[in-house]
Design a protein around this ligand. Structure first.
Ligand code: NAD
Length: 346
């Protein structure tokens, strides 16, 4: 495959680039570096000089997107480029809609016109379990058929872009240019590349495992649990943590198995939920360190419990996670932080 990876300098996108390159594919990563890092791009360029290139551009720059696709005759797009904090989206919904919808629609127009109007053959979109909001009773574990009622602007940007992609795929089918469309609704993505090259370095960091690791390392004075009165066994929110390399494996399988004309949505999560307190216990076990935890009120937009029903992805893509032990997930993140105490250099 010849793949455009938008958001390729980000946490998940960089892991996708690495896996695709290791599998022998050609990759162009396109990222505005609004939140991503140049260092992983340089590392991958040094390892795979023949088949990897990085374009510093925004997905809302139609010219840049089109010339990236035409320049390397790319046939597949993995679209990770987005802003992705629930809390920030509540504070600044307009930015979320402008970036995750407005710029993404501009990108879609450019992708459609590329390759002399043939467009790309495949699109795989990073959607989210945040599109489900709080699933109704009987819908946890969450199947793909769960009603989608997101509780945050972030979740709504993901759901709206799913609809936009479905409309686009319908147009392509009518025009006799069938698109293979996959929407992957990730649960919580965690851990780092097991070879130790790539990591997770967000500013600000809001993801639970890296935040707890920073607290364990003394990089922050402590951390908060947001909400301890949820109707869950220990009162804290429950989430499904999928290892980043397993998540990327789902993308590769989707690219290989979803045929032209198909429009599929798959949840990607291991099928087991861990509470915030269970994750903090795991970080204490793996790091051998204790840290200060404050109990705060609930955070706007957070769902109570979300974990996946992996039946569909198992059945249709033959996907199952390699890493299912939460301590193993945490230790892949811990190893990267041990080697990169201040994160990426650039
Ligand atoms: N991390 C998770 O647990 C999780 C869960 C569900 C869905 N997702 C989705 O996965 C994708 C990747 O998430 P991540 O955790 O790697 O985030 P990230 O912030 O590390 O990576 C996103 C990348 O996209 C880039 N980007 C943002 N807007 C852009 C634009 N307009 N043009 C070009 N580049 C742009 C950023 O600079 C960044 O490098 C996102 O779409 C996110 O919504 C992530």
């Amino acid at each position: 495959m010849r793949v455009l990876v938008t958001g390729g300098a980000g946490y998940i996108g960089s892991h996708a680039c690495q896996r695709l390159l290791r599998d022998g594919h050609t990759v162009v990563a396109l990222d505005s570096l609004y939140r991503g890092h140049r260092e992983p791009m340089d590392l991958l360029a040094a390892q795979f000089p023949e088949r990897f290139s990085f374009v510093h551009a925004d997905i809302g720059d139609a010219q840049a997107v089109r010339s990236a696709v035409d320049g390397a005759d790319l046939d597949t797009v993995m679209h990770f480029g987005a802003v992705a904090y629930v809390g920030e989206s509540v504070e600044d919904p307009i930015w979320y809609y402008r970036n995750n919808i407005g710029s993404a629609v501009t990108m879609l127009g450019a992708l459609d016109q590329a390759r002399d109007g043939r467009g790309v053959d495949r699109i795989i979109f990073s959607s989210s379990c945040a599109t489900y909001g709080d699933p109704p009773e009987g819908m946890i574990p969450v199947p793909e058929t769960c009603p989608q009622h997101p509780t945050s602007p972030y979740g709504r940007t993901k759901l709206h872009f799913e609809h936009i992609l479905l409309d686009y795929a319908e147009m392509r089918a009518r025009a006799g240019r069938p698109l293979a469309l996959t929407m992957l609704r990730y649960f919580n993505v965690a851990g780092c590349d097991r070879s130790g090259l790539l990591g997770e370095d967000h500013t600000p960091e809001t993801h639970l495992i890296p935040v707890a690791i920073q607290a364990a390392r003394g990089k922050r004075p402590g951390m908060s649990i947001f909400g301890t009165d949820y109707p869950t066994p220990d009162g804290t929110c429950v989430r499904d943590y999928v290892h980043v390399e397993d998540l990327i494996d789902a993308h590769v399988r989707a690219a290989e198995r979803v045929p032209p004309g198909a429009r599929e949505a798959f949840n990607v999560g291991i099928g087991e939920g861990y509470s915030v307190r269970q994750i903090l216990d795991s970080v204490r076990r793996v790091t051998g360190r204790d840290f200060e935890v404050t109990e705060s009120g609930r955070r706007a937009g957070d769902a109570i419990a979300l974990y996946n029903d992996p039946s569909k992805i198992r059945r249709e893509l033959g996907w199952s996670p390699e890493v299912t032990d939460i301590d193993e997930v945490v230790s892949t993140a811990w190893s990267w932080f041990e080697k990169h105490p201040d994160g990426y250099k650039s």
